[in-house]
Design a protein around this ligand. Structure first.
Ligand code: PMP
Length: 360
């Protein structure tokens, strides 16, 4: 992308590209960690009826505080941790917007945000957009956190915001609660645990929600994009202390969450059981995919998410392209030589493996 010289764009944005994986129209799309199972006709009907009711009121602004929705989200999170009510929940257009609001409130000029690479590549972009200094530490070879290194970096950089990701994207690695605790004890500011893929974690893997009561500067973010199969609706949310939620209400745009979005999310949440029913199937397919990749002699990162990082390939771009040529789109991301595949239906995974074996 080239921005014409006459356009008074911020200098540091001149050479930037818009973020995003290629949206290529091929039969098997396993590149953005979407849920391959769309909402059922019954869920779609409920969403349509709820949106119709909201439409009759579209001359009015939506509930600025999205209170009804936050109450339902709090109810959902309460299955995993006690003491979460609407005053501790905040929602926005995707967890992308939630995290940008976090940096608008707690980052900014003269402030620092920090994370541990390889991790979600949007974090540095939120930092750039909010004029927050960005520091990237490194994960271990096995993509876990090295606590001593992490704590030393936090003590040296004194970050205002730390992003931990569990399960981590693109590696699938869940955060060891002892490591989360060490970071929370060392960090002088906000610690965000991004749990976009939490529902896919293996049984026995705890959520950072359990640490909320103990650490008032902890924020746990979630999304309806993955487990709830609602990526198109754009609904992300968080749980935190009420004071954190109030701070975010200062920087949010008025009426940021449309009444159509709120109605859609509330309708979907009435079908939580049905929408989450596919999560177990996807977890089983994930474990099966890991075994199949290993049986091809590949390195596979242990995954608690709905995707798997595998490798390593001398020419990963060539392999990625050869798969695209066979109608299978995966993601060229992560450390050099690795590729990431999202978990699709069993049929989609069979097509992926047939193509992979052909090109390897
Ligand atoms: N966090 C992580 C780790 C992600 O991988 C993603 C999406 N790929 C997001 C947050 C953002 O998701 P959304 O904005 O759809 O909620």
């Amino acid at each position: 992308m080239s921005v014409p010289g006459w356009l008074p764009l911020r200098e540091e944005l001149r050479d930037e590209e818009p973020y995003g994986a290629p949206q290529i129209d091929v039969p098997v799309r396993l590149n953005t960690n979407e849920n391959p199972y769309g909402p059922s006709a019954a869920v779609a009907d409920d969403i349509a009826a709820s949106v119709r009711a909201a439409a009759l009121d579209l001359n009015r602004y939506p509930d600025r505080e999205a209170l009804a929705l936050r109450e339902v989200l709090a109810g959902y999170l309460s299955r995993e941790a006690a003491g979460i009510d609407a005053s501790r929940v905040w929602a926005a257009n995707g967890s992308n917007e939630v995290m940008q609001q976090i940096l608008q409130a707690f980052g900014g000029p003269g402030r620092t945000a920090l994370s541990f690479a390889p991790t979600y590549s949007m974090y540095p972009e939120y930092a750039r957009n909010t004029h927050t200094r960005w520091v990237a530490g490194q994960r271990r070879e096995d993509f876990g956190l090295d606590t001593a290194t992490a704590v030393a970096l936090i003590e040296a950089e004194r970050p205002d915001v730390v992003f931990l990701t569990s399960p981590n994207n693109p590696t699938g690695t869940a955060l060891d609660p002892a490591h989360a605790r060490a970071v929370l004890e060392a960090a002088p500011g906000i610690v965000v645990v991004d749990e976009a893929y939490a529902e896919f974690r293996r049984s026995g893997t705890p959520s950072a929600l359990e640490l909320l009561a103990e650490f008032p500067r902890l924020i746990v973010t979630r999304t309806m994009s993955k487990a709830f199969a609602l990526a198109g609706a754009r609904l992300g949310y968080l749980a935190a202390a009420p004071a954190v939620v109030d701070a975010l209400r200062i920087v949010r745009l008025p009426y940021h969450l449309s009444s159509v979005t709120q109605a859609t999310a509330e309708a979907a949440l009435r079908h939580t059981g049905e929408l989450l029913a596919q999560v177990d199937a996807l977890r089983a397919e994930r474990d099966r995919t890991a075994e199949r990749l290993r049986s091809l002699g590949l390195d596979v990162a242990d995954s608690d998410a709905n995707f798997i990082l595998f490798g390593t390939f001398e020419d990963r771009h060539g392999l990625w392209q050869a798969l695209v040529d066979r109608g299978v789109l995966i993601r060229e991301t992560g450390p050099l030589g690795w590729l990431r595949v999202s978990i699709g239906t069993p049929e989609e995974m069979d097509t992926f493996f047939a193509a992979l074996q052909e090109v390897m």
